[in-house]
Design a protein around this ligand. Sequence first.
Ligand code: HEC
Ligand code: HEC
Ligand code: HEC
Ligand code: HEC
Ligand code: HEC
Ligand code: HEC
Ligand code: HEC
Length: 424
Amino acid sequence: MKRWNVLLLLLAGICLFAMLCTSRREVEPVRNLYGEAYAGTEACRSCHRAICDSFMRTAHYRDSRPASAAAIKGSFRADSNFFVYQPAYRVRMEQRDSNFYQTAFHNGHKYRSEAFGVVIGSGRKGQSYLYWKGEKLYQLPVSYFAPTGTWCNSPGYKADTPLFDRAVPSYCLECHATQARTVVEPGEEYGDFFDRGQIIYGITCERCHGPGAKHVAFHTEHPDEHAGVYIIDAGRLTRQQQLDACALCHSGSRYPLKPAFSFRVGDRLDDFSQAKYLPQEAASLDVHGNQYGLLSTSKCFAASSMTCSTCHRVHGDQEGNMPAYSQRCMSCHNGTSGALCAMPSLKGLVLGNNCIDCHMPALPSQKIMLRLSGSPDSAKLIANLVRTHRIAIYPEQVKAYLARLNIGSAAFKAGLPADVPGRR
Ligand code: HEC
Ligand code: HEC
Ligand code: HEC
Ligand code: HEC
Ligand code: HEC
Ligand code: HEC
Ligand code: HEC
């Protein structure tokens, strides 16, 4: 009897050991090209709670995710779940159980259906969707456009027929995820075959501060150590290093010199990829995705040591908060270190509420033009509006802003705010 018990116990022990071994293999950490291990945002939360909680609401954090009902912004309702290319061709967005599909029809006959695999874009402006085919990712034909709240044609695809053939290079995820390992096929220089177990979706803490497993292990073991170690302190880098950390993704598409995901914060970006524009031509850049190029042509940038962090607090979401952004302008333009605004005075106009709509207006992108359902006609393209980072004087946009404010109206006077500094 006793011997049976011992044997059973032994067996249970062996089973437990086997289970532990397999589960340990499942949590094999994601590593970068240099072998450094990531810990994941949840692991940062125990010690940096406030930063994590506010960061998890930002567009960076939600920028890419595996497909789910919560992540996909477009509608699957019967009255709005389709995209029409021309009467003969349409794509229907379908939900079956917990899976989502884009299904293409020709004259009512279904001919291709692919599942939403990865969602790119927080949905602030729009989203594109990728599907898996083996270890490769391809772009789905239909995207989502936030200003109209509808499905739209994926940018770069043809206007008249749904296609599924755009393979997604690793550089796409380099700007839209924290880490992705690509498996290089023999004979190919840079592989675009993804290792699905080695992807960290979203632009998370470790994208800017470097892989954090060692930092987490050290501080967990040494709770009395108050100086951070084994982690990149982004605030202590030189100005150019700080700018490069953002320019990696915010200076337009670049010519690669090295494989995707080899740049680390602190590196010199030009050693890894080259800008596609000449500095002297930066003023004519498209507003989409090139905040670094445009900002660098501004007088503010040339005449100060400003970085992106002068105005942006990347751990929190400040979208739409014009008074907070205007405070940043006035930290320099206070009449002591920088000139005050020279806008001729107008009764009731409070400059300090919104320097932005006059000096950094949202302008239409010429690159990202979207086509809505049933309008293959190129005259009907809709431009995406993007905040320009060339800080300057824009007479046309000033006029439009004043017209929007409608200063003379009773409605405006009723909500008239008190004047604040910012005027000469
Ligand atoms: C066990 C506690 C602990 C965990 C978990 C932890 N940190 Fe820290 N971290 C610290 C301490 C302590 C400091 C130093 C004091 C400070 O700056 O808050 C620090 C500092 C930092 C700094 C500033 C660098 C510096 O030199 O001061 C960054 C950036 C940072 N941590 C990022 C992270 C990230 C990213 C994660 C998750 C991958 C993480 N930390 C997880 C304890 C921790
Ligand atoms: C890995 C690429 C990547 C890096 C590095 C990166 N960004 Fe972004 N950023 C993006 C993408 C992609 C979006 C669009 C997010 C979305 O809405 O899906 C974005 C959006 C933003 C936005 C608009 C959304 C908001 O929160 O208001 C700001 C501002 C911004 N980034 C600033 C910065 C700054 C400052 C840095 C450097 C400290 C930086 N980014 C580094 C890729 C990156
Ligand atoms: C060089 C970096 C870079 C590459 C490569 C890149 N993007 Fe982006 N993308 C950005 C940045 C930065 C933004 C935010 C731009 C802005 O608001 O000006 C953005 C915005 C977007 C958005 C809108 C998100 C939102 O709501 O603001 C979508 C969708 C998107 N990209 C899809 C893609 C796809 C799909 C690919 C690859 C096939 C790709 N991008 C390649 C940097 C990049
Ligand atoms: C887009 C890049 C980016 C991301 C993502 C990011 N940080 Fe930071 N972080 C910075 C920069 C830049 C600084 C320097 C100070 C500043 O400009 O706000 C910084 C500073 C810090 C500091 C030290 C100063 C402070 O504010 O206490 C800590 C700690 C920190 N980050 C932790 C985190 C954690 C934890 C996450 C994820 C929840 C995270 N960061 C995500 C760019 C980033
Ligand atoms: C880090 C300091 C700093 C910040 C922040 C800053 N500026 Fe400037 N800006 C300058 C300096 C320095 C100049 C050069 C002229 C001067 O001394 O005022 C300048 C020049 C200008 C000019 C004249 C441009 C031209 O082409 O003649 C405008 C307009 C301007 N800034 C608006 C703004 C606005 C709006 C903001 C906020 C979105 C802002 N600045 C933020 C330092 C700054
Ligand atoms: C002088 C202040 C200032 C500086 C410096 C600055 N930004 Fe911005 N940025 C703004 C303002 C203001 C907005 C508009 C915010 C809004 O509409 O909610 C903005 C918006 C953005 C957006 C969203 C664009 C859109 O239309 O959706 C991105 C992305 C961005 N900034 C990235 C950067 C990057 C990267 C840098 C550094 C190269 C940078 N910014 C430097 C003030 C600044
Ligand atoms: C209603 C639109 C509007 C608003 C709001 C506005 N500005 Fe201006 N700003 C202008 C115009 C127009 C000019 C050019 C005026 C001229 O030269 O006659 C100008 C000129 C400037 C200049 C150049 C001054 C010089 O001496 O060359 C600076 C700096 C400036 N503004 C900063 C700001 C700041 C900072 C804010 C927010 C506190 C702000 N502006 C708000 C429209 C505006």
